[in-house]
Write a protein that binds this ligand. Structure first.
Ligand code: ADP
Ligand code: MG
Length: 251
């Protein structure tokens, strides 16, 4: 398995009217092809900043980022456009990239059919539940067939029950489609349920405190986030991570 993302000694300082703020300090990690890798850290620790550097929305102060492939970015809010149908929301990336060809449309139709959205393709976003909207947002992210998905707390705007459902949805889709994903979250349970590996980052200035391989041997191919939450090993991981993470927010 090759490395699809490699980040070395990443540092980021912001300059604001109140002076200099050290956000990231020596962040190094890599993501292997096919894995779901999570960065777990408190709010304000710089998780979104890391993703913004990976997509080149922001320049790092120092350090290097190597990405072997194309990126799809999924946000906390679904950013669906109310005046476009589900289908037209999904094809928007392809339109922008001028790649709305027969092959891409065929792939999107397959995704819609496989993941239960086909009957909804001509509806508008406001007619769908929050959970389905996030599924649409994921399919939209997949429409351009990216090699790696960056997921910035994509579940945090959903209520608890919906979140559990969407965890399962997103996990299944990522694994079925053989994608690699980098998820950032402040939620310990979600990180354990979703990930093959977790890197814990500290409060600011953030460093990687530890990395944890997450394996549920008893579940094997049957692994789903929901099932993970019910096995004893889940609690073991939770206790370890609870001690690692700095449990408070920063402004
Ligand atoms: P997280 O995603 O972990 O909650 P962020 O990466 O959004 O954290 O932000 C980390 C810190 O950097 C926060 O204190 C935030 O206010 C600050 N920050 C983020 N973006 C900017 C920016 N463009 N300019 C100045 N400060 C910023
Ligand atoms: Mg954030």
């Amino acid at each position: 398995m090759g490395k699809i993302v490699e980040v070395k000694d990443l540092t980021k300082n912001f300059y604001t009217k109140d002076g200099e703020m050290e956000v990231l300090k020596n962040i190094s990690f890599h993501v292997n092809e096919g894995e779901i890798f999570s960065i777990l850290g408190p709010s304000g620790s710089g998780k979104s900043t890391i993703l913004n550097i990976l997509t080149k929305l922001l320049e790092p102060t120092s350090g290097t980022v190597d990405i072997n492939g194309t990126i799809g970015y999924m946000f906390q809010r679904d950013h669906l456009l109310d005046w476009r149908t589900i289908m037209d929301n999904i094809t928007i990336g392809l339109e922008i990239m001028k790649r709305k060809d027969a092959k891409s449309i065929e792939r999107i139709e397959r995704l819609l059919k496989t993941y239960g959205l086909w009957e909804f393709r001509n509806m508008y976003p406001k007619e769908l539940s929050g959970g389905m909207r996030q599924r649409v947002a994921l399919i939209r992210t997949l429409s351009v067939d990216p090699d790696i998905l960056l997921l910035d707390e994509p579940f945090s705007a959903l209520d608890y029950q919906t979140r559990l459902m969407v965890n399962d949805d997103v996990y299944r889709i990522i694994k079925n489609e053989n994608k690699t994903a980098l998820l950032v979250t402040h939620d310990i349970s979600e990180a354990i349920a979703m990930s093959d590996k977790i890197a814990v980052i500290s409060k600011r200035p953030s460093i990687i405190k530890s990395e944890h391989k997450i394996e549920f041997e008893d579940l094997k191919e049957d692994r789903t986030p929901f099932k993970c939450r019910k096995v004893p090993k889940f609690q073991t991981y939770f206790d370890i991570l609870w001690k690692e993470i700095d449990n408070y927010e920063q402004q």
